[in-house]
Structures are given as structure tokens and as C-alpha cells.
Design a binder for this molecule. Structure first.
Ligand SMILES: *Cc1c(COP(=O)(O)O)cnc(C)c1O
Length: 283
């Protein structure tokens, strides 16, 4: 079933929102799209999924939800984590473990080599998903999203989606050459984003990277981003606190035309992120 499209007003402008956040509480947004190929793989074809990365990652939670549905074992490697995260009873890490994720900590000094060695002893029933799901297999699910956007008949020429690895924005731009695809880097700067994307393929000309006016550290509390997020709440749609505020800030400041924003989910992480804003006295 196609995810619906909502219309919202913001700063006196109309925007459209593709509600990929509504697909599933945990397995939603662009993570659902990126895992599409695996989701459509017969359960008996695989036994184990391996991934690695951050402990608040939306990708981690989506993979955990997928593995529970498919009855696959899920092993997730991270650097050593704090007591605070271990003891949390909300947020992505907590929910992923509840969904059956096996979490393994790797000491800082061995982490890089360990991750590089994962592929060496792979059997046919094990699949590795690189950090954030930045893999060629992600393309197939984004083709499905592209098809839904075309089919909607909505009269807009521009789409927007914030970037971590840039996989979503890049594949969308390739699948929808007749649209402008706006994105903005949430991890690192524009050059870093470009290099991440180039590792997947050449950048198409309809992909437009908007440069943030100021630098924000990834997944750290920033009062300006909180204010944008709070403004977004007035639309009655909840967005994620990590990626969405930067993208909306850039769209409001640097564009004028009608835009369809792809809601990439991630709201499950808001609970623990809001807690951090509270601890910093920003709320
Ligand atoms: C993962 C994620 C992104 C980044 O997606 P990439 O394909 O890595 O660029 C953006 N927004 C949300 C809400 C996410 O969870």
C-alpha cells in the first residue's frame, strides 16, 4: 500500500509530506525503503543479519524490527557504550534489544579492524548491512518510493529529504530525473556528503545539496534545531529531532517553490533525544 501524502502550512507556505513515517512504528521511513530487498527475501534464505554503528541509530531499530518479523538472528556491533544507555528504558537501543537484537561491544582500538574483518568469514546464510544501510541493495526500495511519487499525480517539481549517508537522496535523484531533489548534510559537511555519495555512484545534476548556514554536530542538542522542531509540531505531524530540523531550516531559508518532503520516520528516537535537551536545560 502507498504511504499517504499530507499538506501542511509553514511560514505562510504550503508543503506536502510523503508519510513514510506511518508505514510501521519501528520499521518505517527510508529505513523501510532501504531494507525493502531484504524484507522481500524469503525467511529461510538467511539465518543471521550483522550490522554495526551508533547505539541510537534508526537503522539499527529498523533492522531489529525486520529480523523479528523474519525470525532472523540480529547481531549488532558498537564501540563500548555508557552505563546511561545500558540502563535506558526508552529510545532506539532499548527497543532494539526488546526486539531481540544481540548487542556486542568492541573496544575502540580494535573496532576498525574488527568491522573490516566481518566479511572475511561469511557464510551464505549471513548478510552484513553496512552502517546506515548504505548499500546498492537500497536502490530497489527507493524505486518503489519513486513510483509512488509519480503515481500520486501531485503537481510539484521538487522533493526534499535530509542526508546521513546520502543513500536515500542519491537513489531518489537517480530514480526521478524529472524532479529536483533537495538534501542537506546532517553528518559532516557538504564535501563529506559528496564523497559518501560518490562511493555509491556519480552524482546526478538534479540532486541539489543545500549548505547549512551553521555547523551542527550530529545528534547533539542544538537550541536552533529544537526551535525548528517545535515549529514543525504546529503542523500536527511529528518529525524526527536529528535530521528533519536541518532540512526544514534549509528549505525555509533557501527555497521558494512547492516541495514534497519525504518523511523518513525516526520519531522513535525523539523520546531519548528530548531527554538530552532536558538534561542540558534547553527545555
Ligand atoms: C537514516 C535517516 C536519514 C538519513 O538517510 P541516509 O539515506 O543515510 O542519507 C534521514 N532521516 C531520517 C529520519 C533517518 O532515520
Amino acid at each position: 500500500m502507498n504511504s499517504p501524502i499530507s499538506k501542511i502550512g509553514l511560514d505562510g507556505r504550503d508543503f506536502y509530506v510523503k508519510r513514510d513515517d506511518l508505514i510501521d512504528p519501528y520499521l518505517a521511513g527510508n529505513k523501510y525503503r532501504k531494507l525493502y530487498t531484504l524484507l522481500n527475501t524469503p525467511s529461510n534464505r538467511l539465518k543471521t543479519i550483522i550490522s554495526y554503528g551508533g547505539t541510537q541509530s534508526n537503522a539499527m531499530l529498523a533492522i531489529a524490527a525486520m529480523c523479528q518479523k523474519k525470525s532472523w538472528e540480529f547481531i549488532y556491533y558498537t564501540k563500548p557504550i555508557s552505563k546511561a544507555i545500558q540502563n535506558e528504558n526508552s529510545g532506539n537501543f532499548f527497543h532494539s534489544k526488546r526486539l531481540g537484537m544481540l548487542h556486542v561491544e568492541i573496544e575502540h582500538e580494535y573496532y576498525r579492524d574488527f568491522i573490516a574483518s566481518l566479511r572475511l568469514n561469511l557464510d551464505e546464510e549471513t548478510f552484513i548491512i553496512d552502517q546506515g544501510g548504505a548499500v546498492e541493495e537500497a536502490r530497489c526500495g527507493l524505486e518503489v518510493l519513486a513510483h509512488e511519487i509519480r503515481e500520486s499525480g501531485l503537481h510539484v517539481n521538487s522533493l526534499a529529504t535530509p542526508s546521513g549517508t546520502g543513500t536515500t537522496a542519491l537513489f531518489l535523484a537517480l530514480c526521478l530525473p524529472e524532479y529536483n531533489i533537495y538534501t542537506t548534510p546532517c553528518v559532516g559537511d557538504v564535501e563529506y556528503l559528496r564523497s559518501q555519495m560518490r562511493a555509491l555512484c556519480e552524482l546526478p545534476t538534479n540532486l541539489i545539496i543545500l549548505e547549512p548556514k551553521r555547523k551542527y554536530h550530529f545528534a547533539k542538542p542544538h537550541v536552533e534545531l529544537l526551535h525548528v522542531w517545535q515549529k514543525l509540531l504546529t503542523t500536527k505531524i511529528e518529525f524526527d529531532l536529528i535530521y528533519a530540523p536541518s532540512m526544514w531550516m534549509a528549505l525555509l531559508e533557501q527555497t521558494k517553490e512547492d516541495i514534497l518532503y519525504i518523511h523518513s520516520g525516526g520519531v522513535s528516537g525523539n523520546e531519548s533525544m528530548l531527554e538530552r535537551y532536558k538534561q542540558k536545560g534547553l527545555i
